[in-house]
Design a protein around this ligand. Sequence first.
Ligand code: FES
Length: 150
Amino acid sequence: MAEQIGYSKEVMKRFTNPKHYGEIKNPDGVGEVGNPQCGDIMKVFLKVEKNKLKDVKFQTFGCVSAIAASDALCELAKGKTIEEAKKITNNAIVDKLEGLPAIKVHCSVLGANGLKKAILDYEGKHGKKVSKEELKKLDSEAEEEHHHSH
Ligand code: FES
């Protein structure tokens, strides 16, 4: 049960009523990350206008924290320039959620890295060279940060 591992009110609010859940039609960038250990997958969609993230939406098939983190991420990213959005860390997501239980912090990494991949996707479509290593790094970070709850 949620209370047992101590979710904040903010986490429960975003999990039960996410504001940014959905898909953007004809997105300018899409990023997908998954954690094979827990099986959670998140997808981030971007709409970019004049170098700013005009809209950010997510589709996450995952745990309570992953969904809440995705929603918080969208809120943090919306309206930011590409450069600002790239700097969003999973810690910023955790702060926005008023904390996550330690065993659930990895879920916020999915959010942060999903956004970074979506931005790379956007940049790749606009003539910027995207390094495969960077993509790989984002994937493996999402996997590595997983801590088992038992
Ligand atoms: Fe793996 Fe939340 S993303 S348990």
